[in-house]
Design a protein around this ligand. Structure first.
Ligand code: TLP
Length: 349
């Protein structure tokens, strides 16, 4: 059976044209700084984002962890929204690798506002009792928020608070190109206020491996040392970088199709009795649906869909997530909608 895989946008396989670009990539030893394809990808990424420099790393998790380590010292504290990938899904790396604590702040639909951020900043002084707030890390798009987008105005207000308190501002931009396409803005405008940005080639952009950490030249120079420390120096990584360069060239604008498909799927799911979808959160390529009123839990729905050739994931006992991407087309979405109807209909019968 040809499975419609909606578990994540990380599951895409390289297209024939991407494989061609990768097969012919010029390579060298990147630990010596000698890989022309890695160097080209780093330069292209920095230029696209309007920053001085970039560093190619194996994963989004490593990019975030290097950023945290580079911006902080052990005993510092960082502020994130409670659903943030950095807090929920990176194995506690902030504590283990950087020795920092996290202050989680509840936002709305995964997004913080300036007042919420201000409320999370530790007072200065205080008889040395408090950890030192050093970094604010936002996520755009916000995965657990539903793939929601920060407006530039909201980011500017938060950046103002950061400046007021001399804090650094990092973006977990695993899906920042989805945000840029969703906003209809150049990605440089979306990231202008941040001191550092991580973004992933291996999600909506459809490359097989790799992420970039982007920022000022001194920041990236320091980050380079931590990449080595974590074992992220990858030698002839130009084969991977070539896939990334191809993705930046050919796979950005097409994300609008993924967003339209997610909206169509979200609207269809919301029509089924007992299913709740907050359609305001469906701004990019994700849909979270609560099956609370259907008589079926998330496990039951996931397994019924698997029987019909549709893969998706459970995120809580009653909530499932679907993600659209390069490897799913309109017919795949039609099939997923029809399969949902069958599974939910069978549960009611
Ligand atoms: N997200 C994955 C899972 O780990 C949850 C997914 O399927 O969505 N930041 C954000 C916002 C992410 O969503 C992810 C991956 C990462 C960072 C980490 O990227 P990788 O998997 O490359 O380490």
């Amino acid at each position: 059976m040809n499975v419609i895989d909606l578990r994540s946008d990380t599951i895409t396989r390289p297209t024939p044209a991407m494989r061609e670009a990768m097969a012919h990539a010029s390579v060298g030893d990147d630990v010596f700084g000698d890989d022309p394809s890695v160097n080209a990808l780093q330069e292209r990424s920095a230029a696209l984002l309007g920053k001085e420099a970039a560093l190619f790393v194996p994963s989004g998790t490593m990019a975030n962890q290097i950023a945290i380590r580079t911006h902080t010292e052990p005993g510092d504290e960082i502020i994130v929204e409670t659903g943030a990938h950095i807090y929920q899904y990176e194995g506690g790396g902030y504590a283990a690798l950087a020795g920092v604590s996290i202050r989680c702040v509840d936002g709305t639909r995964g997004l913080l506002d300036a007042d919420q951020v201000r409320g999370g900043i530790r007072p200065e002084g205080g008889l040395s009792h408090f950890p030192v707030t050093k970094l604010i890390a936002l996520e755009n798009t916000a995965n657990r928020g539903g793939g929601t987008i920060y407006s530039p105005a909201r980011v500017s207000a938060i950046a103002g608070v950061a400046r007021e308190h001399e804090l650094r501002l990092h973006l977990d931009g695993a899906r920042v190109f989805n945000a840029a396409v969703g906003l209809g803005l150049p990605v440089a405008d979306v990231v202008a206020e941040y001191d550092s940005i991580s973004f992933c080639l291996s999600k909506g952009l459809g490359a097989p491996v790799g992420s970039l950490l982007v920022g000022s030249r001194p920041f990236i120079d320091r980050a380079h040392r931590f990449r080595k420390m974590l074992g992220g120096g990858m030698r002839q990584a130009g084969i991977l970088a070539a896939g990334g360069l191809h993705a930046l060239e050919h796979h950005v604008d097409r994300m609008a199709d993924d967003h339209a498909r997610a909206r169509r799927l979200g609207a269809a799911l919301a029509e089924f009795p007992g299913v709740t979808v907050d359609l305001q959160t469906v701004e990019t390529n994700m849909v979270y649906a609560d099956l609370g009123g259907t008589g079926l839990d998330a496990d039951g729905f996931v397994s019924g869909m698997a029987d019909r050739g549709v893969a998706l994931i459970k995120v809580s006992p009653s909530v499932i997530r679907v993600v659209t991407h390069l490897d799913v087309d309109d017919a795949g979405i039609d099939h997923a909608i029809a399969a949902s109807g069958e599974v939910l209909g069978a549960a009611r019968a």
